[in-house]
Design a protein around this ligand. Structure first.
Ligand SMILES: C[S@@+](CC[C@H](N)C(=O)[O-])C[C@H]1O[C@@H](n2cnc3c(N)ncnc32)[C@H](O)[C@@H]1O
Length: 194
């Protein structure tokens, strides 16, 4: 689905954390069903998932937030090269600053794929920015399977795993959201605002 040959920037990264195949299929299926006009993405990287969104929703405008300056430049170039000019904005900013600053904006669809340990902090802000009927899709919520593991989590991963558990607890018990959790690849949640 994603042709890496069409993207600049991969050569600068030892590890490329781009959307996986089944998750990409779920994303495009949801976009196809919901046909959002305004989409927000947290975590642009080189613009791969952004390109799927723009391709699947020819009438949408995408705002995508990325804190790394080089990634922002590469993503802009990639999305322009792919012919999506005028339909996207790559915001170079820490996600929490963006969410606190632009919280009066309303979106039909939000793809959350930024720093995993921060999801639970972003959640109330993202929920407030979601229209009724809107979708919040969060990627990598199982964090290499550690979130559902009963084993002792090593110190290096402990706070991310605990914060993702907190996020999962919040989204699955929020009466104002209808949430499904998918246990494939690195785990994905889909929450629809009632
Ligand atoms: C998993 S990657 C995004 C992949 C992209 N959605 C795709 O599938 O093509 C996560 C991105 O979030 C960015 N990021 C990490 N912390 C961030 C923060 N606090 N604010 C904004 N972006 C952040 C990273 O630089 C990285 O590019």
């Amino acid at each position: 689905m994603i042709d890496k040959e069409k993207f600049v920037g991969f050569e600068k990264h030892e590890y490329a954390p781009i959307i996986r195949k089944k998750t990409a299929q779920l994303l495009t299926q949801l976009l196809h069903e919901k046909k959002p006009q305004k989409v927000l993405e947290i975590g642009t990287f080189l613009g791969c998932s952004a390109s799927l969104i723009l391709q699947e929703c020819p009438n949408c405008f995408l705002k995508t937030v990325e804190k790394d300056v080089q990634n922002v430049a590469d993503a802009k170039q990639n999305l322009e090269n792919l012919g999506f000019g005028g339909r996207f904005e790559v915001v170079c900013c820490d996600a929490i600053e963006f969410l606190e600053r632009e919280n009066s904006e309303q979106y039909d669809f939000i793809f959350l794929d930024g720093p995993k340990g921060q999801y639970y902090k972003y959640y109330p802000l993202l929920k407030a920015m979601l229209k009724s009927g809107g979708v919040l899709m969060a990627d990598d919520i199982m964090y290499y399977g550690l979130v559902k593991s009963n084993e002792k989590i090593i110190h290096k991963h402990r706070s991310i795993v605990n914060n993702l558990r907190k996020f999962l607890q919040i989204i699955t018990t929020d009466a104002e959201m209808e949430t499904a959790v998918y246990d494939f690849e690195d785990g994905v949640s889909v929450s629809i605002k009632k």
